[in-house]
Ligand binder design. Structure first.
Ligand SMILES: Nc1nc2c(ncn2[C@@H]2O[C@H](COP(=O)(O)OP(=O)(O)O)[C@@H](O)[C@H]2O)c(=O)[nH]1
Ligand SMILES: [Mg+2]
Length: 298
């Protein structure tokens, strides 16, 4: 089962929920302001933040033909169009080479796994890849990445446990430059309970990349677990404040995912989802498709 099958399965609960709520809303035969208020509440209860729900409703207001607001099919297709627009407005172009992709995010969201998947993906595109084990907090972290690097058959740069992550990044850049590597992918730590340390560490790595490898296209991607819901927005704010993010990777789209928060990330932080993880294997990574995503939840 590919992305399309998995994403429809993962978001089925969200979809069932929304369609049941829409059914109730239309059965009430509300029109005008009352209708819009209820629509806004419906979105908020589906993990869309308040300000994004307001934005969606104001776009519906601007576009809708008043007399057709009692037509569920009509409103649903209008909503689909608006939600797709919101996702597409934040989309970015594919990276140019050489590029550095740094994955950040809290513990357990799937950073290390995604490094492995991305390495495999770029190799399949006939690009050369180096991965950097800049999660030096636990020895297990770089061992886990070594296993992925071996599986994907890419080079890995790692240091001892407890060493400075920026030094790993520095060495990885030297090595990538010397070998003329197309893509350098950096794995990082995610222990948010020492937030200030982590953010300083990430900023330091960012400075090293900017200083040592200015010719590379640098993408800082936040990895988010799709089952998280609204809290994802808080995570994104924290990381975006520290190191300006370029986009998102949404993992675990093979589980029971929550859909609504993706629109808030796009509309409030202008952060596009670029890749989607749909399983634990190396091949389980897809390009995110806005239209398919919207169809899976509405
Ligand atoms: N089902 C599923 N599991 C995933 C996915 N991505 C990662 N995982 C699992 O999530 C757990 C944590 O992943 P890891 O890469 O170690 O997270 P990290 O702490 O952010 O580096 C592991 O058990 C992974 O196998 C995904 O797309 N789908
Ligand atoms: Mg990890």
């Amino acid at each position: 089962m590919g992305f399309f099958g998995k994403i429809f399965g993962a978001l089925k609960k969200t979809k069932d929920n929304i369609s049941e709520k829409l059914r109730v809303l239309f059965s009430k035969n509300k029109l005008g302001d009352e209708f819009y208020e209820e629509l806004e509440e419906l979105l908020i209860s589906s993990d869309v933040s308040v300000s994004t729900a307001e934005e969606v409703v104001s776009r519906v207001k601007a576009k809708a033909i008043e007399g057709r607001l009692s037509d569920q099919e009509y409103v649903t297709s209008l909503l689909r169009g608006i939600l797709t627009d919101i996702l597409e407005e934040s989309e970015v172009e594919a990276p140019s080479y050489p590029c550095v992709i740094m994955l950040v995010g809290v513990n357990g969201v799937g950073k290390t796994t995604t490094v492995g998947k991305l390495a495999h993906y770029f190799l399949s595109q006939r690009k050369t890849v180096t991965v950097a084990a800049a999660d030096t907090f636990r020895a297990a972290a770089s061992e886990q990445l070594s296993i992925w690097a071996e599986r994907a058959k890419v080079r890995i740069v790692k240091h001892e446990e407890g060493s400075d992550p920026s030094a790993v990044v520095f060495d990885a850049i030297s090595s990538a430059k010397a070998k003329g590597t197309d893509v350098l992918i950096i794995d990082t730590a995610g222990r948010l309970h020492v937030k200030d340390n982590l953010m300083n560490e990430l900023r330091k790595m960012e400075r090293v990349v900017n200083r040592e490898f200015p010719e590379a296209d640098f993408l800082k991607l936040l990895v988010l677990d799709a089952t998280t819901g609204q809290n994802a927005l808080n995570q994104a704010r924290v990381f975006d404040e520290a190191i300006e993010l370029d986009g998102l990777v949404l993992t675990k789209l093979d589980g029971t995912a929550k859909g609504g928060f993706v629109f808030s990330l796009s509309s409030e932080l202008s952060l596009p989802v670029i890749y989607a993880g749909t399983g634990e294997k190396m091949e389980d990574l897809e390009f995110f498709n806005s239209k398919t995503f919207v169809e899976a939840i509405l």
